[in-house]
Design a protein around this ligand. Structure first.
Ligand code: PLP
Ligand code: COI
Length: 340
């Protein structure tokens, strides 16, 4: 049974749910961890996360399927990415097996907050980890906290799956050989000014270019790009400084194996965008959000799919991926983890 929420009206926001998982790293090892109802954290004013932003996070979702099961989608890949993120910031990785068990426990304990099938909402799970002990010289903390909460969410972009308008940003997101490929809080802190400015100028998101040459497309603040050519090929930008999106990797597989489309993972020039037929942003939060217009300093790139609806191929990809997630379409081996 679900709690009484207006599921179809939910935005992408935080609603406190009853339980979260906490484990602490102290004296060189993780404690056994447990669910708690306490949503507050008490920290030293000098904690590593507060001084030098030593924090990494993940995002994944739980779904109610057509036949009433509760499932998560490829949580093993979130566990793996979080390990990589932790290592890059000199944090002790949280073991993948324990990560998966924590996801199961958090979803199960909050099961009445998993939105019903067909409501358009999902349960968003936010695992995160931060340096909790005191640090004043620039170095990693000794102690850490791993935490995971869940919150029911609606669409990331208001308007749901209506095409959005984005702009080419003058700010850069991630330096070559920097931290763009991991999910560190610092990557998002430095995007806040750019996103507030984009919103003030009437745009939904920023398209970031490669900082070295500013000629290639990287990604947006919270999603990877997916382009469709006029002859229905799927093209996704290749770069060492973008986040390896689990949604994007899944969509590329779906495109090839379920829809018989050709997929190209390659560098994409800003100047070739006008040749594409469709454009979408893909990610856990964004699912696939269609892009109608990219504004490059006043010059508009208008995709033929328009501002009214998703492009045809984007829609097929969207329907197939969400069909797999909601149990309407058989999933590849290992993609769906049922919560008992
Ligand atoms: N790119 C960025 C910068 C993100 O924050 C996210 C969200 O996690 C993604 C891409 C999409 O990744 P995923 O599909 O794994 O959620
Ligand atoms: C996600 O898609 O899970 C993300 O973390 C993106 C974030 C910007 C909300």
């Amino acid at each position: 049974m679900s709690v009484d929420l207006n599921w179809s009206e939910l935005s992408f926001g935080y609603i406190k749910t009853p339980y979260r998982y906490v484990s602490n790293f102290k004296n060189g090892s993780w404690d056994k961890g447990e669910l708690t109802s306490d949503d507050k954290i008490t920290l030293s004013e000098c904690a590593g996360v507060l001084q030098y932003s030593q924090s990494v996070f993940e995002g994944l979702k739980a779904y109610t399927t057509a036949d009433g099961k509760i499932v998560t989608f490829r949580p093993d890949l979130n566990a793996e990415r979080m390990e990589n993120s932790a290592k890059r910031l000199e944090m002790p990785p949280f073991p993948a097996e324990r990560f998966l068990k924590a996801v199961d426990e958090v979803v199960s304990a909050n099961r009445e907050y998993v939105p019903p099938y067909g409501s358009g909402a999902t349960l968003y799970i936010r695992p995160f980890m931060f340096g909790s002990s005191e640090v004043i010289g620039v170095k990693p903390a000794k102690d850490y906290q791993f935490r995971m909460f869940a919150t029911p969410v609606g669409p990331y972009f208001k308007g749901g799956i209506k095409p959005i308008v984005i702009r080419v940003s003058d700010f850069d997101r991630a330096a070559p050989r920097g931290t763009g490929h991991i999910k560190a809080g610092l990557n998002y802190a430095m995007s806040l000014h750019a996103i507030v400015d984009a919103h003030n100028q009437g745009f939904d998101e920023n398209l970031y270019l490669d900082p070295a040459t500013r000629t290639y497309v990287e990604e947006t603040g919270g999603a990877n790009f997916l382009f469709i050519t006029k002859d229905k090929k799927v093209v996704t930008p290749l770069s060492d400084s973008i986040l390896p999106s689990i949604t994007r990797r899944s969509l590329c597989y779906v495109a090839e194996k379920y829809l018989g489309l050709k997929v190209e993972h390659r560098k994409v020039k800003l100047e070739e965008l006008a040749d594409f037929a469709e454009c979408g942003l893909c990610g856990t939060a964004a699912v696939i959000s269609p892009v109608g217009i990219i504004n490059d300093h006043g010059k508009e790139i208008r995709f033929p799919s328009g501002m009214e609806k998703m492009g045809e191929v984007t829609k097929e990809l969207y329907d197939t991926l969400t069909g797999i997630q909601m149990g309407r379409i058989p999933a590849p081996e290992g993609w769906i983890r049922e919560i008992k």
